[in-house]
Design a binder for this molecule. Structure first.
Ligand code: NDP
Length: 275
């Protein structure tokens, strides 16, 4: 019987995950199906239970259920624990195992696809929501020289940075700084990652141009549109990337967890860019 997988979210119609996993399955010769499931806002756990009862082997989880998936998991990977959110579930032996592949996906896109070294670099992360939280530890593990989080609600960034104090001290990683956009005066960075959803509402961020060091990379997690952040970074002379590579890489990591086979991402990213 063909193994069943799904992505659960609300809304879900726009999701590229079914196409990505279908391309991975064809490429690696895996016998599996992957569908998009709309879970009611108050019915995430019930939708998961139904899918498991129908033979589902694993699921990706997207907005707004990543925190609920974290609570639903009977066991969680260390990176899911660090992120406080789960985007990949595996079902078997009566267990629901939760993982988070977003951070690994971003780091792989930066290093492998974009050739961006992270060790010794100054990183600025914009945003303090779920996406930002999920990528902090994987980025810190790459040993940057400096790591600053800036958010519209400055206290949220400060609180988020504070949450990692124990973990960074324990592992000998550099301490994080968190605050507002005003606190960025006089600082510049080699990599600026936009993990806010400002691009989705076509809003500009109050980011000073001086945040971009000469030759820096500006990375927007949003994909499929030119955001104000991307336009500003281009004007400042930066190299610019969108989040499509991260989307495909987090999917590749989930595929690897489920199937034990690592698909090639580059041809899938290229296929998605072609439309
Ligand atoms: P959340 O809703 O959890 O967080 C949103 C963040 O954006 C908050 O920090 C919020 O600031 C900030 N924000 C929202 N609107 C504005 C604005 N107009 N100006 C300044 N800041 C703003 O969202 P997520 O963290 O889950 O997702 C963030 C983005 O990342 C989304 O666009 C999502 O599509 C993308 N993403 C992409 C992935 C990929 O694979 N490429 C994976 C995961 C996410 P405040 O705290 O002040 O409200």
């Amino acid at each position: 019987m063909t193994d069943r997988y799904a992505v659960l979210g609300n809304p879900i119609g726009h999701s590229k995950s079914p196409r990505i996993h279908a391309l991975f399955a064809t490429q690696t010769g895996q016998d599996m199906g992957y569908e998009a499931l709309l879970a009611p806002l108050d019915g995430f756990a019930a939708t998961v239970a139904e899918f498991v009862a129908a033979g589902g082997r694993g699921a990706n989880v997207t907005v707004p259920f990543k925190e609920e998936a974290f609570r639903l998991a009977s066991r969680r990977s260390p990176r899911a624990e660090a992120a406080g959110a789960v985007n990949t579930l595996s079902f078997g032996n009566g267990e629901i195992v939760g993982d988070n592949t977003d951070g690994a996906g971003l780091v792989r896109d930066l290093k492998t696809n974009l050739g961006c070294e992270l060790a010794g670099r100054r990183i600025l992360l914009l945003g303090a929501g779920g996406a930002a939280r999920g990528v902090i530890l994987p980025l810190l593990e790459e040993q940057p020289a400096r790591f600053v989080i800036a958010n519209r609600t400055a206290e949220k960034a400060a609180r988020l940075a504070g949450e990692f104090t124990g973990e960074t001290a324990k592992r000998g990683l550099i301490p994080l700084q968190g605050g507002g956009f005003d606190d960025l005066a006089g600082m510049s960075f080699d990599l600026v990652i936009n993990a806010t959803s400002a691009g989705l509402s076509d809003t500009a961020l109050p980011l000073p141009d001086t945040a971009f060091a000469p030759g820096s990379l500006a990375y927007d997690m949003v994909y499929g549109r030119e955001t104000h952040f991307m336009a500003q970074a281009r004007r400042a002379g930066c190299r610019v990337a969108d989040g499509l590579g991260m989307l495909v890489e987090q999917a590749a990591e989930a595929f690897f967890l489920w199937r034990g086979v690592r698909p090639q991402s580059a041809p899938v990213i290229a296929a998605l860019r072609q439309g």
